[in-house]
Design a protein around this ligand. Structure first.
Ligand code: SF4
Ligand code: SF4
Length: 89
């Protein structure tokens, strides 16, 4: 299973390219730092069943909205009607 990073947590609000704000603790957290037990996965393309990772970091193909197209796996998917969360196997 992928490690739970602050940046992938629903409770993390982006501040800049390096850090976010944990809305529960009201403290800054480093994006790539390990999350805590309160981690809740944020909907992102990389967690969607319609996303297929490419060779380049954080880039992949979306196959859930018609013709497949390249997309960043870091894209926030809260408003995508085709988002289906990938289950960890
Ligand atoms: S709830 Fe935990 S994992 Fe989520 S942003 Fe706060 S410290 Fe990080
Ligand atoms: S279907 Fe939506 S959430 Fe899923 S990969 Fe495509 S754009 Fe992202």
């Amino acid at each position: 299973m992928e490690k739970c990073k602050h940046n992938d947590c629903l409770n993390c609000e982006s501040v800049d390219v390096m850090k976010g704000l944990c809305l529960l603790d009201e403290q800054f957290v480093p994006f790539d730092g390990d999350g805590c037990p309160r981690f809740v996965r944020k909907p992102k393309c990389k967690f969607c069943r319609n996303y297929e990772a490419g060779e380049e970091a954080d880039m992949g193909v979306c196959g859930g909205l018609g013709a497949p197209y390249w997309i960043s796996g870091e894209m926030i998917a809260k408003t995508c009607e085709s988002y289906v969360e990938k289950r960890d196997e």
